[in-house]
Structures are given as structure tokens and as C-alpha cells.
Design a protein around this ligand. Structure first.
Ligand SMILES: N=CN[C@@H](CCC(=O)O)C(=O)O
Ligand SMILES: [Mn+2]
Ligand SMILES: [Mn+2]
Length: 314
């Protein structure tokens, strides 16, 4: 009736030949689901550094609207993919342990409903990976994890409880994953301590520093890692955005120089997604309140798109 009135929040300009990446997300109706699920775990009260990562799931969804679904490099369009958006898990306002329990329970329940689905979880700080993987693993069996991170995240629990510095130690000590099935990629100087490198080595964790990424090349590291994990039932990819150099990811609380460039991370995700065993991914440690021009959330949107692209190329 009114030709110049549009629904609030809808784009001002629509090109009939362009599909925007956010249009791939379809809210879960409680019944129907596609074979790719997305869920938000907005917890950041568990972060050692001040963090507004609880705002990241919405920021990343919104950042998808900046991009189209067409990959000129691969010569494919993702337009026909549907990602079922399960929404965000409600966090307890003060109780971190209760919030993490809700994450584990919810993930276990939704994965049980749709066991064949691929899962993308948007954090939150990195503490969410422990409950997410715990819930997911219950439906999967023996799992491997590939972690992109500047940090080990193998800190002791005594000093701070279940913070964003501890998820992989908790998973190992709870027996959810064997240390020999954890691969850490992008570890960097002056962001860790010898005690945790030694703890990781004792547990059989495979570690690649950012210097090794540069020297060996990301393709070689991904090939080797997936070969090493060839006996697992499923592989989980955990993307701590602070693996990136501060120039590429200004919106992470624990930024630093000497990190990975965005192209290397995106290539790694697309390579990993081509493996059938890679069935889940999380993206963590983005605080949209300190980001610059949504650069870090935009990159996270691309991480999702590279994952979807890689699956199309599998
Ligand atoms: N996942 C991040 N872990 C880092 C940063 C913690 C922080 O400063 O918030 C770590 O344990 O050092
Ligand atoms: Mn980190
Ligand atoms: Mn981390």
C-alpha cells in the first residue's frame, strides 16, 4: 500500500541478484532443522580480562549482513544453504558455573535432536568451549580438537576457577578428550608460561607456534593435524580470534602483535571444513564493545562463510 515503507531493520537497498549472508540464517521453529545449526553462548563473566564477549553472537550475526553468499575464488554460491539458528542460551546473571551447566545441557539436547548436523557455536569467551564440547562429545564418541589460539588455555583451576584460560585443561582432566587428540595452532611469545607448555607436552598435546605456521605453511599443518586425528569419530574446531595479530582482530580482549594474518586463518578453516570428520566449530573471544568498525566480528562472519564454503567443496 505504501511503496516507500519498509520493515524496520531490513536493508535500504536490495539488489535482485545479491543474497546477503545473514539471509542464510533461519530461526529454529522448534520442529524443522537443516543440517547446519548455529547457537549462541553469550557468556563472558568468566573472562580473566574485562570482556563484553556476551554481545558477540548478535554482532557476528549482524556482520553476516555485510557480505554476499558468492565465492568468486571457488566459483560457488552458498545461496541455497540454510543454517538453522537456535538462538542464544540464557545465561545466569551471576553464577558462572550454572551458566556453563546450561551451555553443556542445551548443546547436548540440541545435538541429540539432530545428530547428523554440523554445529557452529558463537561465544562468549573461551570458557564456553569446555561445556560446548562436553555436551557435543556425548553424542559423538572419540573426538579430536583443533584449537586456533595465541594461548594454551591450560591454566590451573585453583587460581581462578573455570575461566577463559582453562577450557582445554578441564576437557582433558574430565576425560572428554585425550591430550594427544588436541592440536594447538598459532601459539605465540609472551602470552603463555613454561608451566603450561610443559603440562601440555606431558598430556601429549600437539603445539604449533605462529613461527612454525610461517615456516611450515598452514596447509602442511592442517594436513598433518588431520592425519594425526584420523582415528577419531569427529573433530571440533575452536577458533579463539586472538590467534590473529592485533591488526586483524582489534576486538579481542587479549590482543598482541606477531599473530596470524586473517588470510591464513580463513584458508585454514576452508581446508578443515573439507574433511567430513570436522563437524563442529566455535568462534570465541570477540568483544564487540571494543571492536573497531566491527572488524573482528566481520572476520568472524567470514570464518563462518569459509566453513560453509569448505563444506560445499568437500
Ligand atoms: N582464551 C584466552 N585465554 C588467555 C587470555 C585471558 C584473558 O586475558 O582474558 C589466557 O589464558 O591468557
Ligand atoms: Mn587466546
Ligand atoms: Mn583461548
Amino acid at each position: 500500500m505504501f511503496p516507500y515503507l519498509k520493515e524496520a531493520g531490513k536493508a535500504n537497498f536490495q539488489d535482485r541478484y545479491v543474497k546477503k549472508a545473514n539471509e542464510l540464517l533461519v530461526p529454529w521453529d522448534g520442529k524443522h532443522a537443516s543440517n547446519i545449526g548455529l547457537i549462541g553462548a553469550p557468556l563472558s563473566k568468566s573472562s580473566i580480562s574485562h570482556s563484553g564477549a556476551a554481545f558477540a553472537p548478535q554482532a557476528i550475526r549482524q556482520a553476516l549482513s555485510f557480505y554476499s553468499t558468492y565465492s568468486i575464488e571457488a566459483g560457488i554460491d552458498l545461496a541455497d544453504i540454510t543454517v538453522t539458528d537456535y538462538g542464544d542460551i540464557v545465561m545466569h546473571p551471576t553464577d558462572i558455573v550454572e551458566s556453563q551447566k546450561r551451555i553443556a545441557e542445551t548443546v547436548e539436547q540440541v545435538v541429540a535432536l539432530h545428530q547428523e548436523s554440523l554445529w557452529i557455536t558463537l561465544g562468549g569467551d573461551h570458557s564456553i568451549t569446555c561445556p560446548v564440547v562436553s555436551g557435543w562429545q556425548k553424542q559423538k564418541g572419540t573426538i579430536g580438537i583443533i584449537q586456533f589460539d595465541a594461548h594454551h588455555d591450560l591454566r590451573n583451576l585453583e587460581d581462578g576457577g573455570p575461566t577463559n584460560g582453562t577450557p582445554f585443561r578441564r576437557l582433558i582432566e574430565a576425560g572428554v578428550i585425550d591430550g594427544s587428540r588436541l592440536v594447538q595452532i598459532g601459539l605465540r611469545d609472551f602470552a603463555n608460561s613454561l608451566a603450561y607448555t610443559e603440562y601440555g607436552k606431558q598430556r601429549g598435546v600437539t603445539m604449533y607456534t605462529i613461527e612454525e605456521v610461517h615456516r611450515l605453511g598452514i596447509q602442511t599443518i592442517i594436513d598433518k593435524s588431520m592425519q594425526m586425528l584420523s582415528d577419531v569419530d569427529a573433530v571440533y574446531v575452536s577458533v579463539d580470534m586472538d590467534v590473529l595479530d592485533q591488526a586483524f582482530a582489534p576486538g579481542c580482549p587479549a590482543i598482541g602483535p606477531g599473530g596470524m594474518d586473517s588470510r591464513t586463518l580463513l584458508h585454514a578453516i576452508s581446508l578443515l571444513a573439507r574433511y567430513d570428520a570436522v563437524q563442529a566449530m566455535d568462534i570465541v573471544e570477540i568483544d564487540p564493545t571494543i571492536d573497531f568498525r566491527q572488524m573482528t566480528s566481520r572476520l568472524a562472519a567470514w570464518v563462518i562463510l569459509q566453513f560453509l564454503k569448505g563444506k560445499q567443496l568437500a
